[in-house]
Write a protein that binds this ligand. Structure first.
Ligand SMILES: NC(=O)c1ccc[n+]([C@@H]2O[C@H](COP(=O)([O-])OP(=O)(O)OC[C@H]3O[C@@H](n4cnc5c(N)ncnc54)[C@H](OP(=O)(O)O)[C@@H]3O)[C@@H](O)[C@H]2O)c1
Length: 283
């Protein structure tokens, strides 16, 4: 005998619905991660973190469009990715020239017909003490790290994702957006832009959830790259010492996170960030 009010499978009015629901929609985990044939646009995909993420999405079966200003580096990246059998389009352009953004999106739509995944990765930094920080540095960083992300997301959303009621946008922020600086960083525009990018992520996720678009962010810690090289030469030891896992980010360390956020494995997650930083931001 069950206590009064106890719901058995037979008496629980939710049970049949739930069973039917599970039966009808259950998807294997591998299927949830499947992005084969999807189109991924990765800004700043010619080197560094962008190239690592392009490689990961290519390996998962996505068609790739990579952007950067320098066609030479894009060609090298495309050759590297092409050798692995991935389909790659290169689109050269300066994202901080906002009026060129629609033409860059045109190129991707002409080649692949749509955009399923947008990785807003291209970014810049500028180092100077706040009291002497030049307007040129502030504007350069803000134009690329924030304004261009907005204009590109707006264009891709309006022309590709909103009409089909689906899409994944992944913004590459930084642990520098989570705290004031430390580690000898004098990069006030960069830290400000990366924090702004996190609330941009939340605000866009909040507006575009109704269109089936997930908007999330990744906050990498220090990864060796052209951008971080100068600073790491000075502070690498102290960064590693302050990182619980005792290491910098490496060539494989963003791959799982981008594969997750670009796929339906993350379909019930939006407006969030994942710090990929060896634990630096929680130490
Ligand atoms: N490395 C780290 O430790 C670290 C940590 C946290 C966050 N991040 C973030 O990760 C992202 C990638 O950084 P990274 O370290 O890989 O830097 P990176 O090696 O300097 O790569 C930057 C990429 O962006 C492109 N780019 C730069 N300015 C551009 C512009 N105006 N228009 C279009 N493309 C432009 C570059 O190509 P061109 O020069 O040819 O334009 C390159 O492909 C950035 O958003 C950065 O803030 C990096």
């Amino acid at each position: 005998m069950h206590a009064p009010g106890y719901l058995t499978c037979d008496t629980n009015p939710l049970a049949p619905t739930r069973a039917l629901h599970l039966h009808e929609t259950a998807m294997g985990v591998k299927k949830l991660f499947d992005i084969a044939g999807k189109v991924a646009l990765i800004t700043g995909g010619s080197r560094g973190l962008g190239l690592q993420m392009a490689e990961a999405l290519g390996e998962m079966g996505a068609k790739l469009a990579i952007t950067a200003r320098k066609q030479g580096e894009l060609d090298e990246a495309a050759a590297f990715l092409g050798k692995q059998g991935y389909e790659v389009l290169t689109v050269a352009g300066d994202l901080s020239k906002f009026d060129t953004i629609p033409a860059m999106v045109d190129r991707v739509l002409e080649k692949f017909g749509t955009i399923d995944v947008l990785v807003n990765n291209a970014g810049a930094t500028w180092g100077a003490p706040a009291e002497d920080y030049p307007a040129e540095g502030w504007n350069k960083v803000m134009n690329l790290n924030i304004d261009a992300v907005f204009f590109l997301s707006q264009d891709v959303g309006k022309r590709a994702m909103i009409p089909k009621r689906s899409g994944k946008i992944v913004n590459i922020s930084s642990v520098a957006g989570l705290y004031g600086g430390g580690s000898g960083m004098t990069t006030i525009a960069y830290n400000t832009s990366k924090a702004a990018l996190l609330n941009f992520t939340r605000a866009l996720a909040s507006e575009w959830g109704k269109y089936g678009i997930n908007v999330n962010a990744i906050c990498p810690g220090f990864f060796p790259s052209k951008m971080s090289r100068g600073l790491l030469e000075k502070i690498e030891k102290s960064v590693i010492a302050a990182t619980p896992l005792g290491r910098l980010g490496g060539d494989e360390d963003l791959k799982g996170t981008i594969a997750f956020l670009a796929s339906d494995a993350s379909r019930h997650i939006t407006g969030q960030y994942i710090a990929v930083d060896g634990g630096a931001c929680i130490a």
